[in-house]
Ligand binder design. Sequence first.
Ligand SMILES: NC(=O)c1ccc[n+]([C@@H]2O[C@H](COP(=O)([O-])OP(=O)(O)OC[C@H]3O[C@@H](n4cnc5c(N)ncnc54)[C@H](OP(=O)(O)O)[C@@H]3O)[C@@H](O)[C@H]2O)c1
Length: 384
Amino acid sequence: MSNFSGAIVVTGASGLVGGELLRRLMRRHPHLCAFVLVRDPGRWEQTVRRHGLPRHRTMPISCDLTVAGMGLGAVDRARLRCTTTIVHLAADTSFAQSLPSARAINLRGTQSLLEVAAECMSLRRFIYVSTAFAVGCRTGRILETESTRVRGPDGVGGADGAGWVNAYEQSKHEAEWAVRSSGLPWVIVRPSTIVCDDERGGVSSRNAVHRSLRLLRAGLAPMLPGAEETPVDVVPNDHVAECLARIVTDPAETGRTYHLCAGAGAMPLGELVDRSYSLWSRDPAWRRRALPRPALTDLATYRLFESTVHLGGDPRMRQVVGSLSHFVPQLAFPKRFDTAAAEAATGLSAPPVTSYWERMLKHLLPGRAASRQPQPAAQPSAAA
Ligand SMILES: NC(=O)c1ccc[n+]([C@@H]2O[C@H](COP(=O)([O-])OP(=O)(O)OC[C@H]3O[C@@H](n4cnc5c(N)ncnc54)[C@H](OP(=O)(O)O)[C@@H]3O)[C@@H](O)[C@H]2O)c1
């Protein structure tokens, strides 16, 4: 890989992807420096230690995407002007947030950063890390070469493929369009949902997928939207971070969108349920409960189930269904992400979900706490 030097700007560096990205970039490119726009100095300090980042080459600058001018002072803003590359990862990644709050960080924060980027006279690329699910309720094959602006209702989307399952998806979609129409040299990277660190299945950061699996294991999700063959597209973090590291340092064309997704390696929903049940049933106590397999159903039936639970009065079930409502309805909009452009640009394809699913599940079994301890690199894509 070519030696990449100069100064880049990174937001969201203290997050799951950002820390791993910086670890790879710093190890591989000894002449590279990064201005790191940081909201929480404590969390940044943890990231530096966790990933062994060189302090003299990762310079933190205080920033909050939700305040005017991102809270940057004039001196700091001037320092950023020398950058050639901006990698924008910072976001509120919660699925349960309201649209105004999601937009405040994910859309308006991105617009503020685009204003800073416009002042960088030598800017070669503004790399926006979006999400594969910015396409919302669309179904079918999703190409990297198309750029359809979804014009659906705000909030929960309709069954016609317009709209979104949650405000996070919508705000990321809107931010993509702010980036596309900025006039700057942009690249959009769309990772799928990250479920583990690498193919060994370790889980540093738990999210809606892990919470849904916990409910499934507890027998609290008797019904799920989707069909046996619905593709479930998830990825390990090392695939996302490695592809991103290659995209950041490769002077490829701009105006491209890349899917960092399982694509053809996504796992059918029915198989996911069967594999999960099979692993959990190794525990005699779990097996004795003889939990029925959840019913897979269409969205209308699932919505009926949701409203019955809400009217039914069982507070625990209401809470369970409420927490799933921001996420699992996405399964009713089956999609297959095309990954050809990302594979051509990075030389990498994501591992099939079946290759690590059981290992990931084992890390979620009761008693296994989430940790962000670095592990020795796995092969091949985690090579630093
Ligand atoms: N993880 C996934 O499964 C996944 C999948 C697809 C796409 N993505 C996208 O990938 C990117 C990185 O995701 P991640 O999982 O690494 O996120 P994460 O672990 O939740 O970290 C979010 C990062 O954004 C920063 N941030 C949040 N609000 C901010 C604000 N107001 N001002 C400045 N910084 C702020 C956080 O800083 P603090 O440390 O101060 O909180 C943190 O560094 C996001 O854009 C996300 O949408 C993630």
